[in-house]
Design a protein around this ligand. Sequence first.
Ligand SMILES: [Ca+2]
Length: 348
Amino acid sequence: MKKLYKCLWILLGNVQHSCISAILLDSHSYLHQNAAFQHTATQSSMYGTWYSENAVDGVRDSCSHTNTQTDPWWRVDLMKVYRVNRVAITNRQSSYSEIASRINGAVIRVGNIPDIYSNPICAVVSTIPSGATASFSCGGIEGRYVTVHIPGNGKVLTLCEVEVYGYLGGNWAVDGAATQSSTFGNWFSEKAIDGNRGLLQLYTGCSSTLNETNPWWRVDLRYIYRVSEVVVTNRKDCCAEQINGVEIRIGNSLESNGNNNPICAVIPAIPAGESYSYSCAGMDGRYVNLIIPGDMKMLTLCEVEVYGEDLSVLPYSLLSSLLMLFSGGICSSCKRIHKCDTTLVSNP
Ligand SMILES: [Ca+2]
């Protein structure tokens, strides 16, 4: 998808790229795809030909079905680690309330362990009406497996569709490019995104600027992300207080080296060697800056991790609509598109 997006950019040129990006951001609700769709599903037993895959076939009236048994379960392997925002479950259609109510008490779990009972619980289903689809918020639990199970004897688990919505997990900063206002010795900027929190290699795993006025560090994530969380690891060897007052800024502008972008958080303090997480509540941006305002400051970072949603992932349907839109010349003037004045810097 990223490649398609890049092709579109090349085809349409930089001016129209800003239009596309604006549409991408505005059309965010379209960017959620069902991560479970057509992935491998298994269940504890099978009734007739009600295959486990029927719950991930994209059809809400084809269903999986276990036999009547103790603790029936069903599981889908998403193949990649996602931060799961919500799981939608479609119950079977039945005029018999005892059949529609079989789903009651089902436990939804999300996590990275294939075992049925080890992962964190996202939700417990109280009830879902016959043939209805209910959504359960998972609050961004990270995991590759989504499991549904019903504890108890003489239970039946029937699922007509299980949809999983979220975004790819993982730390995006490690794929970025780091830079900083100055470099102390060999404490290069990249050491804050080497995937190592710096505690194993105490004196070589961290970045540091010189002692200067307003020192800053920046990672270019290369694409625009909706940042949910930034995790900062402080140095362990000495002077932990140097990090006090660091501003975390996120945005798309490189004005003042990116240090004018909106603030996600100001770090009051981080104990030596600790990693603290800052919630950015979905700020959009390609650049993440850390800056300490003031004279005689030194910015040392042992790791900066950035978690969030990749906004460059674009479903084919929206992409084709965009192509039609642009081929029709509607975006020949950016002024005609809502929010087309979004400023983007294509390269630093
Ligand atoms: Ca189905």
